[in-house]
Design a protein around this ligand. Structure first.
Ligand SMILES: NC(=O)c1ccc[n+]([C@@H]2O[C@H](COP(=O)([O-])OP(=O)(O)OC[C@H]3O[C@@H](n4cnc5c(N)ncnc54)[C@H](O)[C@@H]3O)[C@@H](O)[C@H]2O)c1
Length: 410
């Protein structure tokens, strides 16, 4: 048995959301005893009554199995363990200014919570997506709160890469990057993750490289989408079809331009590049510009729609798609919502349609069924290729109406 043997551990998972809950489940499936901690009492209540509180494929069934096995229970107080895994939110601060700054208060509070129970020899893992040097901040908080020496316990960063809708599959199949300033900590974390990463490889590096790895992956996507979105604006001036242009440009063997859309949303790609901009204000110029291009796109579409309807405030506008990508219920940072709200703010009649939510109102937006929008709206803005929209379009019910087509629906 290696000195880093990490089988059958007691593990406390802090934060039982989209990342923490599935991670807790795969760890419990792998034979660890997992104690989930979440300060949201409703989350704990729901889980301990046997019901998961998030929408994710196959999660309810797998959750039931680990509860029945006795390997998972949720708590509203932190439980002492051998390993602590922090899966807490890392949004940006709201309403600060044009600049978006990382809100690390959840990470700080989770590190303080761990400090109440952590002991010598324990392993603390930060999974949340964070700006560089945050893992060292976690170590410092624990040292300050407990009085332990930083070599008395182990800290590693293991960022998450899963795609909503495929989380359980990707947890077992994706490669993982595991970083720590101490090799022993990284190897302990590697052994732990290898207990459930069945197909992927766990790569070990230092903590700052691991932090940067997650940020540069999402920033790569953001910059490439910004290029496509910028092209869509240029093509509009030229009066040519950006989708056709990209299709032809991609015939080049070394060119692969992404598809433009209404903007970029979600809690990852629309957030994480800001962590680099904040830290490297004068150096991260391309990253900063890409963020602004993508953030501007829904407002630009709003202007295009106004022009198309001749600024007529009597026109009823239907926005088809309100989530941040097709066929999901996640509304965080959604550019379609920004577009719809901008039109409402300018005084237009807007109805939103999002078949994946049961909400009847999202902020100022009235959410209606697809039938309602198709029957009552004079002008459609197509922002997402949700399955329902594609089916209705196949029946010639969408593009036959006056519309603005953000996604090149055919
Ligand atoms: N959701 C994704 O697809 C995804 C993918 C990759 C990375 N991430 C990253 O993973 C992290 C978590 O994201 P998420 O989507 O799971 O968030 P989430 O909002 O779904 O869940 C976070 C949970 O943490 C709890 N929490 C808040 N403060 C806490 C504290 N001090 N101690 C313990 N629990 C606390 C909340 O109540 C909530 O249940 C973020 O950094 C995010 O960027 C998310």
């Amino acid at each position: 048995m290696s000195s880093y043997d990490m089988s059958n551990k007691n593990i406390s998972v802090l934060g039982l959301g989209y990342i923490g809950l599935p991670t807790a489940i795969v760890l419990a499936k792998a034979g660890h005893r997992v104690m989930g901690f979440d300060p949201n009492i409703e989350v704990v209540k729901s889980l301990n009554s046997g019901k998961i509180h998030i929408v994710e494929n196959n999660l309810q069934g797998e959750f039931k199995k680990v509860v029945d096995s006795g390997n998972f229970k949720a708590y509203s107080e932190i439980q002492p363990a051998d390993v602590y895994i922090m899966c807490v939110p890392t949004p940006f601060k709201e309403n600060v200014s044009d600049e978006k700054l990382a809100d690390l208060s959840y990470v700080q509070s989770a590190a303080e919570t761990v400090s109440k129970v952590v002991k010598k020899g324990d392993l603390v893992i930060l999974e949340s997506t964070v700006p560089p040097l945050t893992t060292k901040m976690v170590t410092d908080i624990i040292v300050n709160k407990t009085g332990m020496d930083k070599n008395d316990f182990y800290v590693a960063h293991c960022p998450e890469r899963v795609l909503p809708g495929r989380i359980l599959y990707e947890l077992e199949h994706n490669d993982r990057i595991i970083g720590s300033e101490r090799e022993e900590a990284a190897l302990m974390a590697k052994n732990l993750y290898e207990s459930f990463v069945k197909e992927g490889t766990c790569y070990v590096t230092d903590d700052i490289t691991a932090e940067m790895c997650k940020l540069v992956e999402n920033t790569f996507r953001d910059i490439n989408i910004a290029y496509a979105n910028e092209l869509s604006i240029i093509c509009n001036d030229l009066g040519i079809d950006v989708f056709k242009l990209i299709e032809l440009a991609n015939k080049h063997p070394r060119v692969n331009i992404l598809t433009p859309g209404v903007g970029v949303g979600g809690h990852c790609i629309a957030v994480d590049p800001w962590f680099l901009v904040e830290k490297f204000k004068d150096k991260a110029k391309l990253i900063n510009t890409a963020r602004h291009v993508n953030d501007f796109k829904p407002l630009w579409v709003s202007n295009q729609v106004e022009e198309a309807i001749n600024y007529d405030k009597n026109v009823k506008i239907g926005v088809l798609g309100l989530a941040y990508k097709p066929n999901i219920d996640d509304l965080r940072e959604s550019p379609s919502i920004i577009l719809a709200e901008d039109l409402i703010r300018k005084g237009y009649n807007v109805y939103g349609c999002e078949p994946n939510t049961s909400k009847e109102r999202i902020n100022d937006i009235d959410v209606k069924s697809l039938d309602y929008v198709l029957d009552n709206c004079d002008y459609l803005v197509i922002t997402l290729a949700n399955d329902e929209f594609v089916q209705e379009n196949n029946k010639k019910k969408i593009l036959t109406k006056k519309h603005y087509n953000c996604i090149g629906m055919k």
